[in-house]
Design a protein around this ligand. Structure first.
Ligand SMILES: Cc1cc2nc3c(=O)[nH]c(=O)nc-3n(C[C@H](O)[C@H](O)[C@H](O)COP(=O)(O)OP(=O)(O)OC[C@H]3O[C@@H](n4cnc5c(N)ncnc54)[C@H](O)[C@@H]3O)c2cc1C
Length: 336
């Protein structure tokens, strides 16, 4: 039985672990912190193919949405559709590609989300969101994998053309047959020491102000407006705006936008953080064997909440069957 060591217990590592176990592998997941405490736990986690270009990436994302549906009904999976204002530029294209779109009257928009003071103009009924931490935990539980939480960063040891172990913070070595980096935005820090460059965008598109406001759940689904995105969290609402930071001005502007959009928005408490997107330089996923290292692999992507279970299943197939899938061809490192 092949033993795979997966570094990273976000949605990518958890979905991969689940798919590997289903294919008969033994899996050890290792993380510096608790599962889901990276980007996955603070993501908008909107499962969509709404603005994915070109066509093959759109289709890949549509398949990924279906992969989530195939996991069945769960309390952490919310197939509620999403609403948008200002989506007019893409509706014709999406309809032409067979993507479900409903243009909304003001009355229908108010019926869907009565607390919004700005009427949404489009409804995407096939979309969904997940409660990120809960989805990560559920996939790990389904795989019967309990991650090794190390309290500090791990690294790969290399001998010749192979990774020989995961080096834990206390100096202990964990050995496996195959090694996978699912380290999200910190992928370059894990892989540069072993000579692999993974081009992630560290520029202004990567960090995003995420606020959770508790004590009120004003919406049922993901809502995207040009200045604010939101969705429910347990006993609250998540708000995010990519153009703001956690400075007092940034936070105040975000809360002003929320008050403008949501009638009677008076949360009992708020929590703010900056969340970093793992954003490959061309915006598309990376799933590939590590160049020069025969037994190691990397998966890192933006839209990882949408893509996680599909990517996990495809990568698990490549690893366990030692095969090369056409589905992953567009996502190799050699394109950079
Ligand atoms: C604000 C925001 C909104 C987003 N909205 C959406 C959305 O609506 N839909 C969507 O599909 N995607 C969205 N994304 C992107 C999506 O959240 C990410 O693609 C996804 O969460 C990445 O998952 P991951 O498992 O790769 O990374 P992470 O969840 O960050 O997990 C990586 C894990 O690796 C661990 N790790 C890293 N390096 C080491 C090391 N050296 N040693 C030990 N452990 C290590 C970390 O501790 C972490 O737990 C959004 C991202 C952001 C920031």
């Amino acid at each position: 039985m092949v033993h795979v060591a997966v570094v990273g217990a976000g949605i990518i590592g958890a979905a991969l672990a689940d798919a590997l176990v289903r294919r008969g592998a033994t899996v050890t997941v290792i993380d510096a912190s608790e599962p889901g405490s990276g980007t996955s736990g603070s993501s908008l986690a909107w499962l969509n193919a709404n603005q994915k270009l070109p066509r093959d990436y759109h289709d890949f994302s549509v398949r990924a949405m279906a992969e989530w549906r195939s996991l069945g009904d769960h309390s952490w999976y919310a197939p509620t559709g999403s609403l948008a204002t200002g989506a007019g530029d893409r509706l014709d294209r999406l309809r032409e590609w067979g993507y479900p779109v409903e243009e909304l009257t003001t009355a229908r928009a108010a019926e869907l989300e009565p607390a919004l003071s700005v009427a949404a103009t489009a409804f995407f009924p096939s979309e969904a969101f997940v409660y990120g931490n809960e989805a990560v935990e559920a996939l790990l539980r389904r795989a019967s994998v309990r991650p090794l939480v190390t309290g500090g960063d791990v690294a790969f040891d290399v001998r010749g053309s192979r990774v020989s172990a995961v080096r834990l913070p206390d100096g202990a070595r964990l050995r496996a047959d195959l090694y996978v980096s699912c380290a999200g935005a910190r992928t370059p820090a894990l892989l540069e020491p072993v000579g692999v460059t993974v081009p992630l965008d560290a520029g202004p598109a990567a960090p995003c102000l995420v606020t959770r406001a508790y004590g009120t759940v004003p919406v049922r689904r993901v809502v995207n407006t040009p200045s604010l995105s939101l969705r429910p969290v347990r006993n609250g609402v998540q708000l995010e705006a990519g153009d703001l930071d956690t400075s007092p001005d940034g936070v105040a502007t975000l809360l002003d936008r929320a008050r403008e959009l949501i009638r009677g928005f008076t949360p009992a408490s708020t929590r703010h953080r900056v969340c970093v997107r793992p954003l490959p330089a061309d915006g598309h996923p990376i799933a590939d064997r590590l160049p020069g290292l025969d037994n190691a692999y990397v998966t890192v992507t933006h839209s990882g909440m949408t893509l996680g279970p599909l990517l996990g299943r495809l990568v698990a197939t490549e690893l366990v069957d030692a095969t090369v899938l056409d589905d992953l061809k567009p996502y190799r490192l050699s394109r950079f």
